[in-house]
Design a protein around this ligand. Structure first.
Ligand code: G6P
Length: 606
């Protein structure tokens, strides 16, 4: 949700801010803006639309010139996307960019209006900017502290004070922010990729810490205003990882990165052919102690959890409950110290997942997070963390993050099953070897995207679509359906194949596409019966199954055949054609694949 950047140094600031913002557009892209000290005066330029629209505006009005400034790309929460609601907000004295939500903004606004302040925008951010102005008496840190005492909610703020034209101030709570340093220059950003073209050295700003940046470096203060020292970190990926590298879109590049991402994620966690999760303290002994497992996540990460549930329950026979984080938090879940709560998140910053983690900890459960972004809030706050090593995922529609989350769930499932004596060491090693082979199979599938391109050409004019499957295939259908609707804007639903006839089949009309996933051989015939039911009602059926399966010519209009591996692991390979179908359909419809409308990659609001 929203990307923020800031720069102070000797480079032309507008250029740096625009470059950095363009790397953060995945966080929000309905408006953008910058504020720059020009001859010691704070000047802003902002525009509804993408960064390209802001650049077009600058071409007409001229670029702001200076060496210190802040910038923002917005995902609207309070107030529609418009020039006025775009950040930065403030006045000639204090100007800010903000990521997050000021929950008590109405109360603050009323207070400030009584003091004579006039508001232009509908945003919560403007209240924080004006409150800073109200408290400011010449000492920026003191003013920031006063504001932090008053505001409730989540925030990452980049701040400029008129009296300090060579400094940026930054603070955060529950919204991510990094502070980076180069040679005689300093940066703030919502995420590391935003600054990678300038430096790999960065600090993670912790809750309510205040950073003061100038071109000579950064000083940090705790929430009482006392100076603190922080550890300087080095990014372990470079610019290339955050670039398209010859692919038309980040999504396609990330789909192709999946085999490598899986290898990098699982290899360090396999020793002597057995899964080994001890790096995070997850010993076989510890795994034996859990009565229940809860998986809590949002969106695609939650879908990875659904596959995890099937696999863990099937081979380890431990009950697993999967919850959407925003539901888990409010349903008063029954948790004990004999339970394990697994939080899954690519960004590690999703607000509901983070709060679910805190709830689980308050209730005494053990917490394990599966997270992609190093040092993110969820990773740091959980008892144990297993990082996925997918590298930066830029496309809003998640692909490689899902894939590596699945691979970690398999390692967890094998470990629990072995710890409980449900599978022998021999069987465990066989499953691990199958998992190690999955990246090769994905590479194979990626060599022939033609059938997926053909399916996309059949779907492109559809308004409605169904995905059906049973068991693991049903879990996978949910992800296939989400992928398609996110980026193609075609309405689609996933349904348990056997449940279709209890209502949803009434939606099937002549020519309606139905994508049936049937990779679980014990359920194949049952799913094919359901396929025939929709076929008999005129559906256009695309069947995704094993190469080894013979499909009656009257059962499907199009068959996508996949190399045969153990059924248990099929979600990892069968998801690839579903991702490609969504991708090519979105391309054919002329959509902005990597930045689908209304969506943001990192959802730091509840
Ligand atoms: C957003 C993204 C999804 C993602 C979900 C959870 O909705 O658009 O792609 O699956 O958030 O994000 P997380 O970072 O917690 O995995």
């Amino acid at each position: 949700m929203c990307g923020i950047v800031g720069y102070v140094g000797s480079r032309e600031c507008t250029e740096v801010l625009l470059n950095s913002l363009s790397k953060l557009e995945y966080r929000g892209y309905d408006s953008a803006g910058i504020a720059v000290f020009e001859n010691n005066v704070i000047k802003t330029q902002k525009s509804k639309g993408k960064i390209a629209d802001l650049i077009a505006k600058m071409e007409n009005e001229g670029r702001l010139e200076g060496h210190c400034g802040i910038g923002h790309t917005r995902w609207a929460t309070h107030g529609e996307p418009s020039d006025i609601n775009s950040h930065p907000h403030g006045n000639a004295n204090v100007t800010i960019v903000h990521n997050g939500i000021i929950e008590n903004y109405k109360k603050i606004k009323e207070f400030l209006e009584r003091k004579g302040y006039v508001f232009e925008s509908q945003t919560d951010t403007e209240t924080a900017a004006k409150l800073l102005d109200y408290f400011y008496e010449g000492n920026p840190i003191a003013a920031i502290q006063r504001v932090l005492d008053e505001i409730e909610g989540s925030y990452a703020l980049g701040i400029m004070f008129k009296d300090y034209p060579d400094r940026i101030y930054a603070v955060r709570k529950d919204s991510p922010l990094i502070v980076a340093v180069g040679d005689n220059e300093s940066f703030i950003a919502s995420d590391v990729p935003a600054v990678l073209q300038y430096t790999k050295k960065y600090y993670l700003l912790e809750q309510d810490e205040i950073a003061v940046l100038d071109k000579n470096g950064v000083e940090f203060y705790d929430d009482h205003g006392a100076p603190i020292k922080k550890e300087l970190l080095t990014a372990d990926f470079d610019m290339e990882a955050a670039e398209k590298g010859g692919f038309a879109h980040f999504m396609l590049k990330e789909i192709h990165e999946q085999p490598t991402a899986v290898r990098t994620t699982i290899t360090p966690r396999i020793s002597d052919g057995m899964p080994n999760l001890e790096e995070c303290g997850m010993t076989y002994e510890r795994l034996k102690n859990y009565n229940n497992i809860f998986v809590v996540a949002c969106g695609t990460a939650m879908h990875a959890g659904l596959v995890g549930k099937y696999v863990i329950e099937k081979i380890a026979r431990v009950p697993v409950t999967v919850d959407v984080a925003s539901e888990f938090r409010y349903r008063d879940p029954i948790l004990t110290d004999k339970d394990l709560v697994i939080l899954v998140s690519q960004s590690g910053e999703t607000a509901d997942t983070l709060e679910a983690l805190r709830l689980a900890k308050r209730n005494g459960a053990d917490t394990l997070s599966i997270v992609n972004v190093k040092g993110s809030s969820i990773a740091r706050d959980s008892d144990m963390v297993l990082y996925t090593h997918a590298g930066p995922e830029i496309s809003v529609a998640s692909t490689k993050a899902y894939m590596v989350q699945l691979s970690v769930f398999y390692l967890i499932a094998f470990s629990i099953a072995y710890a409980h004596g449900k599978i022998s060491m021999e069987e465990c090693k066989r499953l691990v070897a199958e998992l190690q082979n999955v990246p090769n199979v994905i590479e194979e599938i990626l060599k022939t995207p033609d059938s997926c391109q053909y399916v996309a050409s059949q779907l492109v004019n559809s308004e409605n679509l169904l995905y059906i499957g049973r068991g693991l295939d049903y879990a996978l259908s949910m992800e296939g359906s989400l992928k398609l609707k996110e980026i193609s804007y075609i309405h689609s639903e996933s349904y348990a194949a056997g449940e279709l006839k209890h209502g949803t089949i009434s939606l099937v009309t002549n020519g309606m596409p139905v994508i049936a996933v049937a990779t679980q051989r014990n359920l194949f015939d049952k799913t094919v019966s359901n396929v025939k039911e929709v076929k008999a009602r005129g559906a256009y059926v695309i069947l995704v199954t094993h190469k080894c399966k013979t499909v009656d010519s009257d059962a499907a209009d199009c068959v996508i055949s996949l190399p045969t591996i153990d059924d248990l692991l099929m979600p990892m390979t069968a998801v690839v054609p579903l991702q490609l179908i969504a991708y090519y359909t979105s391309v054919l419809r002329g959509n902005d694949v990597d930045k689908p409308r209304n969506l943001a990659k990192s959802v730091t609001v509840e």
